[in-house]
Design a protein around this ligand. Structure first.
Ligand code: S3P
Length: 425
């Protein structure tokens, strides 16, 4: 994909459904009794992997694209798959589904693509094993493929050393099958879509600061869910609207859950002209339209408890920081090294290739903004967020920016390039 400098972006855009919430509608829909009907389900490859895995465990799921219908069979309704489950590129599918598999009365094998087979699974193997499941990394390297032999589980109180919604959700879902309550305490609060959706489907969950506690054996009942637009996808257009001159973009119906809205806070702190309109809420998730106008930005420091609320937005924030005046420091972001790619490393290398002044640190990077970006040939590393972040960087760079293997946007935002083109007309 070739990107050239844009003189202006304008118009309205409706962002596809939230990836995290879409995954969870399939999981809760499968474990609930009765029918779940999901509108605005994200038709990205990751969420389709989740559908495929649950279909392989005997759940009937119809995906007409307009609506996804899941015929749930209750907490104990899954059946042993006859094939290995394939999560594709999806960490969320792999980790959260492992929590469910840990309690099934059968053995499953779970794998994914080359990226998944490099990502750390010890973080779920440890707590789920403590609960009584038998999970092994087949290649004994702490990664997928995994073999999961479900067992009768006991409730635990787990202190996670990473703020990870995937880890938290895996343990909470296993806790639905546990003997007694299960709690997870994390260093900072990570996204809480699992907690919200569990309640919405009729489960019992308490949250207190950084601890979530689930009561086992709920009677989950199928629901109608409307998935809000994904703020992580909206982030590319929020950034583009701020940095491309003469721009004004209205981004419609975006999820602004406070455990996800760090990108809005950071952009506002940097001086971005962003207004939230039409605030609403749907199945427990808050939404708004986001109006963005071109702005002068200044560098800021980003670290600590805001990091989990913008964990997937750090690549695009690094692009914003190149445009901002002054220094931006990103710290406490070592988790980015174990995402779909090593996002810290890739961002630093790609930004340097575009002439930015960026230095890698142990757990983040320091960016001195204001140096003009030059077009460059950049590989996506098959990481959707790298492809989209650098496509946006290309809009303010001199010359042509080429994103190689750019199709990986299909993972979370299949219509990304056509939506971007619409705003340029
Ligand atoms: C996700 C949680 C995040 C995020 C991922 C989706 C989820 O991962 O990076 O894209 O849906 O729970 P961690 O919470 O493990 O950092």
């Amino acid at each position: 994909m070739n990107i050239t400098k844009a003189s202006k972006l304008s118009g309205e855009i409706t962002i596809p459904g939230d990836k995290s919430i879409s995954h969870r509608t399939i999981m809760f829909g499968a474990l609930a009794k009765g029918t779940t009907e999901v509108t605005n389900f994200l038709q990205g490859a990751d969420c389709l992997s989740t559908i495929d895995c649950f279909q392989k465990m005997g759940i009937e799921i119809e995906n007409s694209h307009r609506v996804v219908i899941i015929k749930g069979k209750g907490l104990n309704g899954l059946t042993k798959p006859t094939q290995i489950l394939d999560a594709g590129n999806s960490g969320t599918t792999t980790r959260i589904m492992s929590g469910i598999l840990a309690a099934q009365p059968f053995e499953t094998k779970l794998t994914g693509d080359a990226s998944i087979q490099r990502r750390p699974m010890g973080r779920i193997i440890k707590p789920l094993s403590q609960m009584g499941a038998s999970i092994t990394s087949i290649n004994q390297n702490g990664c997928a493929p995994l073999s999961i032999q479900g067992r009768k589980l006991s409730g635990i109180h787990y202190h996670s050393n990473v703020a990870s919604a995937q880890v938290k959700s895996a343990i909470l879902l296993a806790g639905l099958y546990g003997e007694g309550q299960t709690s997870v305490t994390e260093p900072y609060v990570s996204r809480n879509h699992t907690e919200i959706m569990l309640k919405y489907f009729g489960g019992e969950i308490q949250t207190n600061d950084t601890t979530a506690t689930v009561t086992p054996n709920p009677n989950l009942v199928g629901q109608k869910v409307t998935v809000p637009g994904d703020i992580s996808s909206a982030a590319y257009f929020i950034a583009a609207g701020l940095i491309v001159p003469n721009s004004e973009i209205l981004i419609k119906n975006v999820g602004i859950n406070p455990t996800r809205d760090g990108i809005i806070k950071v952009c506002q702190e940097m001086g971005g002209n962003i207004t939230l309109l039409n605030m609403n809420s749907n199945n427990g998730e808050q939404t708004a339209d986001i109006l963005v106008k071109s702005s002068d930005l200044k560098g800021i420091e980003i670290g600590g408890k805001i990091i989990p609320t913008l964990i997937d937005e750090i690549p695009i924030i690094s692009v914003l920081a190149c445009y901002a005046k002054g220094e931006t420091v990103i710290k406490d972001a070592a988790e980015l090294k174990v995402k779909e790619s090593n996002r810290l490393d890739v961002c630093v290398k790609h930004l340097c290739a575009m002439n930015a002044d960026v230095t890698a640190t142990e757990d983040g990077m320091i960016i001195k903004g204001g140096r003009p970006l030059h077009g460059a040939v950049l590989d996506s590393k098959l990481d959707h967020r790298i492809a989209m972040s650098f496509a946006i960087a290309g809009l303010i760079a001199e010359g042509t920016t080429t994103i190689e293997r750019s199709d990986c946007v299909d993972i979370s935002y299949p219509t990304f390039y056509s939506d971007l083109r619409k705003l340029q007309q």
